[in-house]
Design a protein around this ligand. Structure first.
Ligand code: AGP
Length: 618
């Protein structure tokens, strides 16, 4: 699961780096690029975020006498040479050229320079970047080993590179026919000026600009460079130069493809004065709400809602992963309280194991910020085969999931860069609220306008001391009842994901059935209680924790009397809205608690260890 880009044009290094920065949400374990210059390859590789690669390239631009040790030219790919090479003779030029680049989320093989892409053919005159997993790589590798081929790393991707001796469309065709699994690949060779590409089950897009040509995992890389782009289907492959692009279908026929407009709404890629994207994106929930209010009054969206309403269904499924799954739980709760039909929600990776009854009377609602999550996509394809109607609610209107759905509702949140999903969760819940209201035949705009006035991001003077205290705990539990339990789940995920503190969410009533045994003075329990009907029961569960020495922080919209107030070490007040909106109102401050705790612990919340923003492997 990685991001790949190929570029032909001027300023090739800068354009490849700019593309990688946009693709970094797909992984940041290592980054690398190769540029073809005068029939040679210049190679840059670095461990960690794209910024490290950028520094390496920039240092070289500024003063090639220092900091250029890891540049490899020609055939010197051995790791020790990579570390020691003095490349004073390799001067930077910002003329027309071509190159490919990669940002990695490690699957096969440890995080190392050897496993960092690009990978090279045996003669080192073909270079490849790959996103996906080659399932039969071990068989292919064994065959190559028998033929005397040497490998410098452990990746499945290197095996693909080693399958190619001379790069042309025939050898590309022969190679991809041998591959099982998922791949988006881009290749260059020392011997010609084309980018070669192929796609199966991993996204890949192609664009031709006025003076450049590009291939990338995400069309956002083309913004500012091209007006249109081509979306590749599984099995398609081809080549592109500055003069022409040639596409082949899976039956090896040359095909004409229809270009799509590069329509990028809501793009904003800067931190705009915030220290991290995460905190900026939490506050952007307000903008997402404004975007939704505007867009969901347009006929285009109303038509989609109408079609969903007209499709006959007697069962509804909400499916997603992580935070998107939690949004699905909110959707389930909205629907359950309003319609007398069967409603289920499921983690995408477990969906197919449950043998649900899915048929043409089922509406399967897929939630995904990226629209590319492999587990969710796989469940979507399963539901399609069963004949269900598919609705995707996503932040990425051009994504694979959007394209494979009968209907797509956008969440209009704007690009979310931080790995921790914040504004997307907020916006997904809003769209689920709209869906419910529309199906009921009720107005949704006025309640949303009221919510906008009531949004509560909390008081940092209260949240920061709580985060400081929280950062000293090794174990944190979140509890709640009803929708507050869903909020507790999402808050717990957010905390563990970016602070590395062990945390778990429980239904308040469930504590006494086992987990209470873990409670002592070293445990902090965050109590979420915003539902008047459930409030007293939840407080009683909190007191059971207090009695056992646990520390308590309460997030509530309900006024407390003095006696109750004294039981809590912290109380965070939340502005009351209509009950349906309380989960998304409450999560704003809980997201901020996770954020402040990560910052206090010195962790970059935008790029937590071991994770990637978009998880494109099952
Ligand atoms: C949320 O903070 C996580 N990074 C993660 O759970 C995420 O929501 C999940 O991977 C699903 O991603 P998607 O919405 O792009 O499908």
């Amino acid at each position: 699961m990685c991001g790949i880009i190929g570029y032909i044009g001027d300023n090739v290094e800068q354009n490849l780096i700019a593309g990688l920065e946009k693709l970094e949400y797909r992984g940041y374990d290592s980054a690398g690029m190769v540029i073809k210059r005068e029939n040679d390859f210049e190679v840059y590789k670095s461990i960690g975020a794209v910024e490290n690669l950028k520094n390496k390239v920039t240092r070289r631009n500024c003063d090639f006498k220092e900091g250029t040790k890891n540049v490899v030219t020609n055939n010197n790919l051995d790791n020790d040479k990579m570390k020691n090479q003095d490349d004073k003779e390799t001067q930077t030029q910002s003329d027309f050229s071509l190159g490919i680049a990669h940002t990695r989320w490690a699957t096969h093989g440890k995080i190392s320079l050897e496993n960092c892409h690009p990978h090279f053919s045996s003669q080192k005159d073909v270079a490849l970047v790959h996103n996906g997993i080659i399932e039969n790589f071990e068989t292919l590798k064994n065959e190559l080993l028998k033929q005397g081929c040497n490998f410098y790393g452990e990746t499945d991707s290197e095996v693909v590179a080693k399958l190619i001796a001379k790069l042309d469309i025939n050898s590309l065709r022969r190679t991809i026919k041998k591959l099982e699994g998922s791949f988006a690949i881009v290749l260059i060779s020392k011997n010609n000026d084309n980018l070669f590409f192929a796609k199966n089950k991993s996204p890949l897009y192609v664009a031709v600009g006025e003076s450049c040509a590009m291939v990338a995992s995400d069309p956002s890389c083309f913004v500012g460079k091209a007006a249109e782009y081509y979306s590749l289907e599984d099995g398609e492959y081809g080549k592109i130069s500055l003069k022409e692009v040639v596409f082949y279908d899976k039956n090896d026929k040359i095909i004409e493809k229809k270009a799509q407009n590069l329509d990028f709404r809501y793009i904003n890629e800067e931190k705009s004065g915030y220290e991290h994207f995460m905190i900026k994106e939490i506050y952007q929930s307000r903008i997402a709400l404004e975007n939704i209010i505007k867009r969901y009054q347009e006929d285009e969206i109303k038509d989609i809602l109408k079609k969903v309403k007209q499709s006959m269904f007697d069962r509804v499924y909400f499916i997603g992963c992580g935070t998107a799954y939690h949004a699905g739980l909110i959707g389930e709760s909205f629907m359950r309280n309003s319609f007398n039909i069967d409603i289920f929600s499921s983690i995408a990776s477990e969906f197919q194991n449950k043998n649900y009854c899915i048929d043409e009377n089922s509406l399967c609602i897929f939630l995904s910020q990226s629209g590319e999550t492999a587990d969710t996509l796989s469940a979507l394809e399963y539901c399609r085969l069963k004949g269900a109607k598919i609705l995707t609610i996503t932040n990425t209107e051009y994504s694979t999931m959007a394209l494979k759905s009968d209907y797509c509702l956008p969440i209009c949140a704007g690009q979310e860069k931080s790995v921790a999903s914040t504004k997307a969760y907020f916006a997904q819940c809003i769209v689920l609220y709209i869906l419910k209201k529309y199906l009921q035949g009720k107005d949704y705009i006025e309640p949303l306008k009221n919510l906008k006035k009531q949004l509560d991001f909390g008081d940092d003077n209260i949240l920061k001391p709580l985060a400081r205290n929280l950062s000293s705990y090794d174990k944190v539990f979140f509890i709640g009842r009803g929708n507050d339990y869903i909020t507790a789940k999402e808050a717990s995920l957010k905390l563990k994901e970016i602070t590395y503190i062990f945390s778990s969410a429980l239904a308040s009533g469930e504590l006494k059935h086992g987990t209470l045994a873990l409670i002592d003075e070293n445990v902090l329990v965050v109590v979420v209680a915003t539902d008047e009907k459930l409030f007293n029961k939840t407080l009683n569960n909190a007191y059971e924790i207090k009695t056992r020495g646990g520390k308590l922080a309460l997030f509530t919209s309900i006024p407390l009397d003095e006696i109750a107030r004294e039981k809590f070490d912290y109380v965070v007040k939340i502005n009351q809205t209509i009950q349906e909106f309380m989960p998304i109102q409450t999560i704003l401050q809980l997201q901020k608690i996770a954020y402040f705790t990560a910052v206090i612990k010195g962790i970059n919340p935008d790029k937590p260890r071991n994770l990637a923003k978009s998880v494109t492997v099952e």
